[in-house]
Structure formats: structure tokens, C-alpha cells
Design a protein around this ligand. Structure first.
Ligand code: CIZ
Ligand code: SF4
Length: 319
């Protein structure tokens, strides 16, 4: 629509005027991802978003995603201004792991190395020995296991259970879940496979074990996009936020992508394959934060330094 066109032009001007760069997650809406691409920003998973933001020369990073991604950007780049289209965009994993309860859990298990998923608050990261994203979680846990370490993992129990199965590591799991991935149903995927037996199944391991078991490839968003290119199949059933279809279809324009069903019986679900918090990022509030700086992220200095340690371990980790 013409209204969006005008907004997009305005945002392009504001990005320049603010020496700002737009960093967007794969799960944000197509218009945001496209704008990030067109303006020299990046569209990526949370690990690559963090790396891109830290390396970039811009004065201001505009992070389109959820709160922890903006916080991570600020922790890694304290000298930059970090803006988000909305400060209300959280994550069920972050909400389900309050720092005080988590800290008590760690205190009760002092013999374990604390590894947390990137989808956590700065305060939870500050209590951890390691931060990981789903792109490198298995590699890091393998490395710790080889050193004989026992793990305390938080917050996603499905991802934790998947890593445990892959590595055989001794892992004590926090009881958290992603409201989007938790909705994928094995029955629905099996039914779809019945219709398209030649289709490959791609699954993000935040999904329940019954769904991951059906996967031809399980992996992070960037790993799934890579797999879409490498697999010979020209039909793909994809169990992750449907925002990923923008980049995945670009990567394999000739292939047919199917959304994995979120209900086995056609019933509606809470979140239906699209994260409600990612969806809060829109052209209107993106322009708004660039105009008035309303969505700026601040992280207290002591907290920042404490959270930086386990984040740096992740960024410096070589397999
Ligand atoms: O589910 C998420 O929020 C993901 C996949 C984040 C990430 O690591 O990119
Ligand atoms: Fe959190 Fe799930 Fe949304 Fe990702 S998709 S931000 S894990 S609620």
C-alpha cells in the first residue's frame, strides 16, 4: 500500500540521519526483513544479529526482534545507542525464567556449569557460565561434557532435552518452553507427510520431542535455511515461526514450503506458528523509535559486565 511506501521512505531517511543500521530477526514480518536487506542491515538468527551489530560502524543499532536481542546488542556494544521498535516485545522463555528464582536454582546445584539460552534477561545471563544460541548449543555442550562437566540448562526444556539426547551430557533442565514451537503437532505433520511423502521435514528443536523425532533435519533457523538449500527434496515441511519463510523461499525459490500444522485437528492455537512478540515490530513503531528515541535499551553497567562474560565465551567459542 501507498501508506507503507511512504513509511518505508521515511524510515530510510531516518536511518541515514541517525547513522543507524537495522538488524532484524527471521521471525519479524516480511516488510521489516525486506527493509533491513535494502538498507544494508541484516536479517539473521540471534547469534548473527549479535555479531553483526557488534562489528558494524553505525552509531545506532535498531534491533527488530524481541527484548533479549536488544539487550544483547547493548551488552556487546555499550558505546552504541540501541533502539527497538517496541520495548514490550518479550519471549515466553524469558518471562518463564525470573532471575531470582533462577539464581536460587543455581545456588541449589553449585556443582553444575550453568548454561543458558540466549532467550533470557541480562540478569539471568549474568548468573550463567555460558550463553548459547541454538546454532551452537550442541557444540558447546559437547565441549563441556568432554571436560567432565555436569550442566544446569535453562530455560527451554525441549531444546535442553534435544541437546541431552544428541550429546548424552548430564543436564538438569529448567522447565520453560516457547509458546510458538510448543504448538507444533506430530499428528498434523504425519498427516501432511501422508499427502506429500516426498517432502522433507525441518524442525526447530524448541519443538516437543515427538515433533523433533519426525525431522529430517533439526536445527536453528540459520541451519534450517541452509538445509532447505542442501536437501534434494523440492517440498519442505517447516516447523518453526512462519516468519522464516521470507528468507527460506528466497533461498529456494523453486521449492514448495509447507507450514507444519499447529493443531492435529484443525483447532485454533494460541500462537499458530507466529510469535506474537515478534509480530509487535511494525513499520509504524520502527519509524517512531527513530524519530523520538522512545525504544532505547539501557543496561546497568555492573549487570552489563556480568552478562558480557558468558556472552563473550560464546562469541569466542571455536568448535
Ligand atoms: O525462537 C527464537 O527466538 C530463536 C530461534 C532465536 C534465535 O536464536 O534466532
Ligand atoms: Fe521466544 Fe518463542 Fe517468540 Fe522465539 S518464537 S521469541 S522463543 S516466544
Amino acid at each position: 500500500p501507498a501508506e507503507d511506501e511512504a513509511r518505508i521512505e521515511e524510515i530510510k531517511g531516518l536511518l541515514k540521519a541517525n547513522k543507524a543500521v537495522l538488524v532484524a530477526h527471521y521471525y519479524t514480518d516480511d516488510a521489516i526483513q525486506q527493509l533491513a536487506e535494502e538498507t544494508g542491515g541484516c536479517v539473521a538468527d540471534s547469534l548473527e544479529m549479535a555479531r553483526f551489530g557488534a562489528r558494524h560502524q553505525a552509531d545506532t543499532l535498531v534491533v527488530a526482534g524481541v527484548r533479549f536481542m536488544g539487550e544483547t546488542a547493548k551488552i556487546l556494544s555499550p558505546e552504541k545507542r540501541v533502539l527497538m521498535p517496541t520495548l514490550e516485545a518479550t519471549c515466553s522463555l524469558d518471562v518463564g525464567c525470573p532471575a531470582d528464582e533462577f539464581s536460587a536454582f543455581c545456588d541449589a546445584h553449585p556443582d553444575r556449569t550453568v548454561v543458558v539460552y540466549a532467550n533470557t534477561s541480562a540478569a539471568v545471563k549474568a548468573r550463567a557460565d555460558w550463553v548459547v544460541t541454538s546454532s551452537i548449543a550442541v557444540d558447546v555442550i559437547e565441549h563441556l561434557q568432554a571436560r567432565g562437566e555436569k550442566i544446569l540448562w535453562a530455560p527451554d526444556k525441549h531444546l535442553g532435552g534435544y541437546i541431552q539426547k544428541q550429546t548424552g551430557a548430564d543436564m538438569l533442565l529448567w522447565d520453560g518452553a516457547c509458546i510458538v514451537h510448543e504448538e507444533f503437532k506430530a499428528k498434523g505433520i504425519e498427516d501432511l507427510k501422508g499427502l506429500y511423502p516426498e517432502a522433507a521435514v525441518l524442525v526447530h528443536p524448541e519443538s516437543p520431542a515427538s515433533v523433533v523425532e519426525l525431522a529430517d533435519v533439526a536445527g536453528s533457523t540459520s541451519q534450517l535455511i541452509k538445509a532447505a538449500k542442501e536437501l534434494p527434496n523440492d517440498k519442505l515441511i517447516v516447523a518453526t515461526d512462519r516468519g522464516i519463510f521470507f528468507k527460506m523461499q528466497q533461498a529456494v525459490p523453486e521449492k514448495t514450503l509447507f507450514e507444519a500444522p499447529t493443531a492435529g485437528n484443525g483447532a485454533t492455537c494460541k500462537s499458530c506458528a507466529h510469535c506474537p512478540w515478534m509480530a509487535m515490530n511494525a513499520l509504524g513503531n520502527l519509524a517512531g523509535t527513530l524519530r523520538d528515541g522512545s525504544g532505547e535499551i539501557f543496561v546497568d553497567d555492573a549487570l552489563r559486565l556480568a552478562a558480557l562474560k558468558p556472552l563473550d565465551r560464546m562469541l569466542n567459542f571455536q568448535k
